[in-house]
Ligand binder design. Structure first.
Ligand code: CP3
Length: 333
């Protein structure tokens, strides 16, 4: 069993496995080299040789317990024939929605478009660098993908006005998303993903009263689906206030927490394995401050099944030496 599986399945508390969100990314000079000559991000995700190489880059440097596939949650809208583009210094920009076009897409066309992602996962899984480690596949939760599909770019702090105006459109898209997210999960697992993480980056934009409809129920359906394939599932409903209620409704195998939530409260109130929490900004600080914060999380979750990770992705300004130091701190604990 891998260290992460021991934490999730056996609820082991004596080891603290570690991987980092955005562990393959712009803070690594070897990633920037590849990115420089590959300005189209989508094409890069669809190049199985390069995307598998990028996925493995952090494992060559650091003693991490998992690889996370280099791809993006917006590859699902792309697979559904919505235009998706990543603009420099702006982020993703999506084209307008054509409900008829999206409703008519079949599984075969979707899989044909995303086929290189599955080949990339297979390559990563077969590489010796992932021996006795997990290969993490992932999807965006229906709510977060809906936000991008309707809003067409990152909502930053709030949704566009009239977001909920066309309930028919929203409900229709949510049904289509659930179907194709499941297809995407299935094929990641078939090709070697051993854990699935569901990113709900914009869960925090919703009022409490809308969470059951847009977050709990659609995510629960996905959690049940992943579990039916005998693979553990990690949920990351970023920015919600009530993680305890989320866990009661959705029952994931692991809950990933952001850095706004009090880890002491989580360790007391939540019984299932926990992941993450550390503010990625602390990697920009001096070693002493970093050490203090890392030990804080390790101490709080000493007797809890805990996977070390951040409360959000590694920032592009991060010095890789700091990541090295962080991984060593966790391994030597
Ligand atoms: O964690 C990993 O390293 C795996 C790969 C991964 C990427 N995106 C690669 C990426 C994962 C798991 C994601 C998830 C993702 N994508 C989320 C959920 C997590 C979160 O950040 O809340 C979201 C919301 C997206 C959508 C997205 N992709 C945005 C908003 C942006 C632009 C912001 C940014 O950081 O540049 C991206 C681009 C993106 N996705 C990059 C990477 C490495 C940067 C692209 C570049 O090199 O310019």
């Amino acid at each position: 069993m891998t260290p992460i599986q021991e934490t999730i399945i056996n609820k082991k508390t004596t080891n603290k496995p570690i991987w980092l969100m955005r562990q393959a990314g712009r803070y690594l000079p070897e990633f920037r080299e590849i990115r420089k000559v590959n300005p189209n991000f989508i094409n890069l995700c669809l190049n199985e040789n390069l995307s598998s190489e990028i996925t493995l880059q952090p494992l060559k440097r650091f003693e991490l317990d998992a690889a996370i596939i280099f791809s993006d949650i917006l590859m699902v809208p792309y697979g559904l024939n919505q235009e998706v583009e990543f603009k420099k210094n702006f982020g993703p920009e999506l084209g307008s929605i054509n409900l008829e076009k999206i409703s008519n897409i079949n599984e075969k066309d979707f899989l044909n478009k995303l086929y290189p992602i599955y080949k990339s996962i297979k390559k990563v899984k077969e590489n010796k660098l992932t021996k006795n480690k997990d290969v993490i596949g992932f999807v965006g939760a229906p709510w977060t993908l809906l936000v991008y599909m309707i809003n067409k770019h990152s909502p930053k702090k709030e949704l566009i006005r009239d977001f909920f105006k066309d309930k028919f459109l929203i409900n229709k898209i949510l049904i289509i998303l659930e179907k194709f997210i499941k297809v995407h999960i299935e094929h990641q697992i078939k090709n070697g993903a051993t854990v699935i993480q569901i990113f709900d980056s914009w869960a925090g934009l919703l009022d409490e009263k809308d969470l059951p409809n847009y977050v709990y129920t659609p995510t629960l359906n996905l959690v049940n689906y992943v579990e039916s394939l005998s693979v553990p599932v990690i949920c990351f409903p970023r920015g919600i206030k009530n993680y305890k209620k989320f866990c009661e409704f959705v029952k994931p195998d692991v809950i990933s927490i952001d850095y706004d939530i009090d880890p002491i409260f989580i360790s007391k109130e939540i019984q299932i394995p926990v992941q993450g929490g550390l503010n990625p900004k602390i990697l920009l600080a001096d070693k002493e401050s970093l050490k203090k914060e890392v030990l804080k999380y390790l101490d709080i979750f000493k007797d809890h099944p805990y996977i070390f990770n951040l409360g959000h992705g590694v920032m592009p300004e991060t010095n890789p030496m700091q990541v090295d130091y962080l991984v060593k701190l966790v391994k030597d604990y």
